[in-house]
Design a protein around this ligand. Structure first.
Ligand code: SAH
Ligand code: F3S
Length: 482
């Protein structure tokens, strides 16, 4: 049920094209959000220049890297289990193997990793990957190495990620790093630092490059994409100090979407994730203006109760959220909308929980990603509030939220029955090799017989049947986008 945590991909080792002449072997696996998977491609690209080729066989690796997630306690426990596994391989098969921890857990635990997990040689935070060559040189000389400095500028805009283990059709392009929102439950502002945006020019270049390599859909990625703001570099929070010229020529998220949509009119664009408080009307208008910007918004709300929203430091009310939903549906009537929800935030009452269910009833989300509250060290909620909702109550509320979402998901998929919708073919269906799998504009998976169609083509599909998660249909021809 976790979007950011695509269970099929968790922990998958990244394998890239082999660079001739490279003789060291890198095993790199990733956990957590899409940004981590994207970062691992950057890391592998940096290390390719240091003589490393990627391998899927940990036992033969010279260097094992794990890109980690801190968002919930469970995510950290998964990584700890993997470290035990690496340790076993190191002791039994490959004593020369070096182990490095990257990403959010590295940033959160810093030197503690070197102290607690004796097997770790290297600790690198999300803004320090360019320092990897120096850090590895230290490790080679027998020292432990660590760099967890968070940056004001780093966006890795100048590093071309390699993407050879993808489906070749859809790609992620990161546009912002860090987050300034300080939701009280969330560890991200501490592990990924202050918010900064990437130069639109380098984003467009990456998009153009992807198009020329056959990619047909790009998801613009950030912890909080709607807050994107380019004014020549620097932190979002320093924009007030920018010069008049910088302010006049600044590019906001709607501007960036417009630039992307125009640069590649046949490329599909999506974006993730949006925070309602930063979502402005001009973004909806830009979406409505361009047919190649998908009609889909991931719009996490976390709770339907005004009291809890306030305690979470989500800077909008339930009523303002409804207004935003109404504006979206007014300008883009068939827009797909999905949510993230947290059950059992400190002090949540049954009444607050009912508010969450009634908010869901109003919006009837297409799908959602729902979690039980997990207290994270260092966050404001951890420091100021007691984690006072018993596990059993959290679980029961979460189950009620998930069950309601499943009902709404089915209601939403049923609305597609009988319609003809454009689908971008991504891969063979998991269940049947005779069927293609792709997604419609609203981000719902559509499965249909392959016939003569090929991966990467835009096809019009008549929707004939559905489950709560998938649409089933048959192709009726190419779409005009093809
Ligand atoms: N803006 C981010 C959100 C990061 S976390 C993004 O790009 O997706 C993703 C989701 O995890 C959040 O929306 C929230 O629903 C959930 N989450 C974050 N911290 C949590 C915590 N402490 N306990 C439970 N769920 C949490
Ligand atoms: Fe976390 Fe809130 Fe930012 S959920 S990533 S602090 S928008």
């Amino acid at each position: 049920m976790e979007k950011i945590i695509d269970e099929n991909k968790q922990g998958k080792a990244l394998v890239l094209e082999q660079t001739r002449g490279n003789n060291k072997k890198l095993f790199i696996e990733s956990y957590g959000c899409q940004m981590n998977f994207s970062d691992s491609e950057i890391v592998a690209s940096i290390l390719a220049k240091q003589g490393f080729n990627t391998t899927q066989n940990m036992e033969e690796a010279d260097l094992v890297l794990v890109n980690t997630c801190s968002i919930r306690d469970k995510a950290e426990q998964t990584v700890r289990k993997r470290l035990k596994k690496y340790n076993a391989v190191k002791q039994e098969v490959n004593p020369a193997m070096k182990v490095g921890v990257l990403g959010c857990m590295a940033e959160r635990l810093k030197t503690k990793f070197l102290e607690e997990e004796k097997i770790v040689d290297l600790v690198v935070g999300p803004d320090a990957y360019k320092d990897l060559p120096n850090l590895l040189a230290e490790v080679d000389e027998g020292r432990e190495a660590i760099n967890v400095i968070l940056s004001k500028e780093e966006t890795y805009g100048d590093i071309a990620p390699v993407r050879l283990n993808s489906n070749g059709v859809t790609a992620f392009v990161s546009i912002t790093r860090g987050c300034d929102n300080m939701c009280t439950f969330c560890v991200v502002p501490f592990t990924r630092g202050r918010e900064r945006s990437r130069d639109p020019q380098s984003i467009i270049e990456e998009v153009n490059d992807l198009w020329s390599k056959g990619y047909r859909e790009v998801t613009l990625l950030g912890q909080n994409v709607d807050s994107y703001l380019w004014y020549g570099g620097g932190l979002k929070k320093d924009f007030t100090k920018a010069s008049e010229l910088q302010k006049a020529t600044a590019v906001n998220f709607a501007g960036l979407l417009d630039l992307c949509a125009k640069a590649q009119p046949k490329m599909r664009f999506r974006f993730s994730t949006s925070n309602p408080q930063d979502f402005t009307l001009d973004v909806i208008e830009t979406m409505a203006k361009h047919r190649n910007i998908c009609n889909y918004i991931h719009l996490p709300v976390q709770s339907g109760s005004n009291r809890i929203l306030k305690a979470m430091n989500r800077l909008h009310t339930r009523e303002e959220y409804f207004e935003l939903i109404d504006n979206i549906k007014r300008l883009i009537p068939d827009c797909g909308i999905s949510q993230d929800m947290i059950a059992g935030f400190p002090t949540e009452t049954e009444e607050d929980h009912q508010d969450t269910l009634s908010l869901m009833e109003y919006v009837k989300y297409d799908f959602g990603f729902m979690f039980a509250y997990s207290e994270r060290p260092g966050t404001l909620a951890e420091r100021k509030m007691e984690d006072d909702i018993p596990e059993a109550v959290k679980k029961r509320r979460l189950t009620e939220i998930i069950e309601l979402q499943q009902k709404h998901s089915l209601y939403r998929t049923q609305q597609h029955l009988g319609k003809v919708e454009e689908v971008l073919i991504e891969k063979a269906s998991k269940r049947s090799d005779a069927h293609w799998s792709g997604r419609n504009s609203q981000n719902t998976v559509v499965v249909f017989p392959k016939e003569h169609y090929k991966v990467g083509e835009f096809v019009n599909v008549k929707i004939l049947d559905c489950t709560s998660a998938t649409l089933l249909g048959e192709a009726v021809g190419y779409s005009i986008n093809n």
